[in-house]
Structure formats: C-alpha cells, structure tokens
Design a protein around this ligand. Structure first.
Ligand SMILES: Nc1ncnc2c1ncn2[C@@H]1O[C@H](COP(=O)(O)OP(=O)(O)OP(=O)(O)O)[C@@H](O)[C@H]1O
Ligand SMILES: [Mg+2]
Length: 150
C-alpha cells in the first residue's frame, strides 16, 4: 500500500552535517520526498509531538534535545513507506540498531539518535498534519524517469 510517513532529522543530524547522506538513503531506496522543511521546533510542538512519552523519565531531556537547534522535517511517500522507513532507521538505542541502518551507522546514544520516523499509519497522519500545511507537500508521479507534477 502506498503510504506517507513523517520523518525528521533531529538537531544532532543537522548539526553533524548528515542531512545529505541521510536524505540520499531514502532517495536511493526509491522512496519519494514530497515535503522538506528546516525548522526550529519550539517547546510546545516538541511536547505535542512526543506527547505519548510525557510521563517517561527521559521526557524533559527529550524536549530539550529536540528544541536545541534546527531539525529537518520531511514527508516521505512510497510502497509500505512507514514500515520500510522504520527498518531503515533501526532500533531506538543506536547500540542495538543493526549496522546498515541509519541509527546503527551514525549514532551511539539513545538520547542522540539522530532521526525520528512515524511508527503507524495513525501516527503518520497525526504527525504530518502537526508539522506540515497541505500546501507545503508536493505530490508528483514518475513517467519515463522524470518526476511529473500531479
Ligand atoms: N531511555 C531513553 N533515554 C533517553 N532518551 C530516550 C529513551 N527512550 C527514548 N528516548 C528518546 O525518545 C525518543 C522517542 O522514543 P520512542 O520510544 O518513540 O522511540 P522511537 O520510536 O524509536 O523514536 P522516534 O519516536 O524518535 O522515532 C527516542 O527516539 C529517543 O530520542
Ligand atoms: Mg516513537
């Protein structure tokens, strides 16, 4: 099934200049980038986005981390995009993430795990509408290796 996922390079990915490498992985896999936005996430948005973790001991640190400097918010589309991207991202703890995954290759610490990806169709819908206006998403299809605007 064609799905859209919300994916976000966290502040450490941007600060470590990994944006291009990580974006390339999604493009090379065959997924379609249909929205991209560099943004400084404020405390309110961080708390809403990660609301399911509000009672966890790491919540305050998580909010500080996510609001510490700009993040790159993305909407990525493709066949089974949600589970495909979660596989590409790897386990939450980068030390447990398989090599070849983004966290497995580029991170060492759960509190600095460089990327977020939606974990279900419900979260994807909620997160996309939380971060993107409809007119910030460009849907297009491919014909003869050329992307055609729908
Ligand atoms: N034990 C922990 N210590 C510090 N930070 C944590 C811990 N557990 C989770 N986090 C942070 O909170 C984020 C959300 O945790 P969650 O359980 O939703 O993992 P995830 O779904 O793999 O990550 P994300 O939602 O960012 O894609 C993690 O990505 C990480 O940044
Ligand atoms: Mg999560």
């Amino acid at each position: 099934m064609i799905q859209k996922s919300f994916v976000m390079m966290k502040p450490d990915a941007v600060a470590r200049r990994l944006m291009g490498k990580i974006l390339s992985r999604f493009e090379e896999k065959g997924l379609q980038i249909i929205g991209v936005k560099l943004m400084q996430i404020d405390e309110e948005l961080a708390k809403t986005h990660y609301g399911e973790h509000a009672d966890k001991p790491f919540f305050d640190d998580l909010v500080k981390y996510i609001t510490s400097s700009p993040s790159l918010a993305m909407v990525i589309k493709g066949e089974d995009a949600i589970s495909t991207i979660r596989k590409m991202v790897g386990a939450t703890n980068p030390l447990e993430a398989d090599l070849g995954t983004i966290r497995g290759d580029y991170a060492m610490d759960t509190g600095r795990n460089i990327i977020h990806a939606s974990d279900s169709p419900e979260s994807a819908e909620r997160e996309i509408s939380l971060f993107f206006d409809e007119d910030e998403i460009c849907e297009y299809s491919i014909v003869d290796n050329v992307w055609i605007y729908e």
